[in-house]
Structure formats: structure tokens, C-alpha cells
Design a protein. Structure first.
Length: 293
């Protein structure tokens, strides 16, 4: 059955293509404005998420820097104790005959403070470049330029490598530390000269161990710092995109207002005029807030 349009409505329908386009403009522009408002809100949410994530990562980086400082302080104490012992007493290399049967690793520790062999983590070149820029206090623009070349996945993978490297070293020295503790208890009750020589050798090893642990913690902290900067860069980008989408939404709202005025003038409609006035008020208030507050 064919639909018949009343004559009263026919008189209000635009007959030309431009008339039809004019009639559809408020609806299209409203949809576009709503879409842009949603995009602006979405980008702002992403910016807030990145800022929050950066704060969490900064806290983790702070923990690693605290470990680094504690290890460096203990290393300095061990070095000072070794210097003081050498200045106040006659310290000789530890004689194997005085220690009994020891495993080769422990003999190396007591002979020259040699650390267990743990392969260093091979970090990505782009990560090393960015970390070096931060460490040398290069300008922010230079640091940001180097960080752009590093993906989030690469940073995460290198963080895992650096963390695992620290854990591997800790696992390697744990048996030696226990053996040294037991040997300390045994020698303390024996010859004081042997115990003094052993103490000096242990202090040398301990200082080297803390230095190496500090370096490993520094690597982990540095990568956390890169992640912090990376998230801040992303947050700033999302914030700028949110502002641009907001201005696009305002432009679309202006299009709605202009087309609504045109419709109101054509149809002499009070409701269309009220809608246009409300749109002008909204855009004016938004402009006032942006520029004056």
C-alpha cells in the first residue's frame, strides 16, 4: 500500500538538494559533535590512566634507587672497614692450609674477592641509549627523542631481563654467603691472625658484591625511570588530542547552531530558535571557561 504524505507536510519538505542538505545538517552535526565529545573524554581518560601508571612506576623506581643507595652505602662501609683494618694491623693473604678443605669458588672469593660469574643482561641498544641520556642529564627533548624509538614491549622485556639478572646474581652468591658465615663462626674461635686475614678477605669480597648488586639495581631502576617518562609522554599526547577533539566538538556545535538558525528562519519556528539559543549559550560558556578561568 502506497504511503500518502499530507499536503501540510509537503509544504515544509525541502524540494531541492540544498534544502534537503540543510534539513539534515543539524542532525549530522549533532552526531559529529557527540562523537567528538566522546573521543575527547576517551583521550582524557587515557591521559589520566598513563599519569596514574607513571606514578606507580615511579614508586617502583624509587624502591630500586633505595636499594641502590643502601648497597652503595654498605659497599663504602666495607671498603672503609678494610682500609682501617689494613692500617691498624698486619693483614696477610689467606693461607689455604689454615682454612681446611674449601670449594674452588670459596677459595677464589677469599684469595682476591672474585665474584661468581653471572652473565650480564644484554639490553637493547635503544634502551641503553635512552638510559644513558637520562643518566647524563641530557635535555628533555633529547631524552624524549631517544625514548620514541623504544616500544613499550621492548622496555618491558628489558625490565624482565634486568630483574632476572639481579635475581641470578643473588642466587649465585647466596651459597657463598652461607659458607662464609659458617667459616666466620669457626675461625673466630681459633687463631686470631688467621681470623683477621679471613676478615679482610671477606670485607674485600663483600664490598665487591655490594658494588655489583648496586649496579644491577641501578639498571632496574633506570628502566623503570624510562617507563615513567614513556607514560608521561603518552599522557601528554593524549591530553593534547583531547583538547583538539574538544575544539572539533565546539566547531560541530557551531555548525548545529548555524544550521538551526537557518531552519528557524525558514520555518519561523520558536522551538528551533530556542535550540539555537541554547547552543550559543553552551558554546559561549565553554569559551569563557577555556579562555577566562
Amino acid at each position: 500500500m502506497k504511503t500518502k504524505i499530507p499536503e501540510e507536510l509537503k509544504s515544509d519538505l525541502p524540494l531541492s538538494k540544498w534544502g534537503k542538505l540543510l534539513a539534515a545538517t543539524p542532525i549530522v552535526m549533532t552526531v559529529i559533535a557527540t562523537m567528538l565529545a566522546g573521543l575527547a573524554s576517551s583521550e582524557m581518560t587515557k591521559a589520566q590512566y598513563d599519569r596514574s601508571m607513571a606514578a606507580q612506576l615511579q614508586s617502583k623506581a624509587g624502591d630500586q634507587w633505595n636499594y641502590y643507595q643502601a648497597k652503595k652505602l654498605r659497599s663504602a662501609v666495607s671498603h672503609n672497614s678494610l682500609d682501617l683494618l689494613g692500617a691498624t694491623a698486619d693483614v696477610q693473604p689467606v693461607a689455604d692450609s689454615s682454612l681446611g678443605e674449601l670449594n674452588p669458588a670459596l677459595k677464589s672469593v677469599l684469595a682476591n674477592g672474585e665474584l661468581p660469574s653471572v652473565p650480564a643482561a644484554k639490553l637493547d641498544d635503544t634502551v641503553v641509549t635512552a638510559f644513558t641520556a637520562v643518566e647524563n642529564s641530557r635535555p628533555e627533548s633529547e631524552v624524549d627523542a631517544s625514548l620514541i624509538k623504544v616500544s613499550d614491549a621492548t622496555l618491558a622485556a628489558n625490565l624482565n631481563l634486568a630483574t632476572q639478572n639481579a635475581l641470578d646474581f643473588d642466587a649465585a652468591v647466596r651459597p657463598l654467603n652461607k659458607s662464609l658465615d659458617k667459616l666466620d663462626e669457626t675461625l673466630f674461635k681459633g687463631d686470631k691472625n688467621v681470623f683477621r686475614n679471613f676478615t679482610a678477605a671477606r670485607l674485600r669480597y663483600t664490598a665487591n658484591r655490594y658494588d655489583n648488586e648496586a649496579r644491577l639495581n641501578q639498571n632496574v631502576a633506570g628502566i623503570y625511570e624510562l617507563q615513567v617518562r614513556k607514560n608521561n609522554i603518552s599522557a601528554e599526547r593524549h591530553h593534547q588530542r583531547s583538547g583538539k577533539f574538544f575544539f572539533g566538538m565546539l566547531a560541530a556545535q557551531m555548525g548545529v547552531i548555524i544550521s538551526t538558525f537557518a531552519m528557524a528562519a525558514r520555518q519561523k519556528s520558536v522551538l528551533w530558535s530556542v535550540a539555537a539559543a541554547a547552543g550559543i549559550a553552551a558554546v559561549s560558556f565553554a569559551s569563557y571557561v577555556y579562555f577566562c578561568i
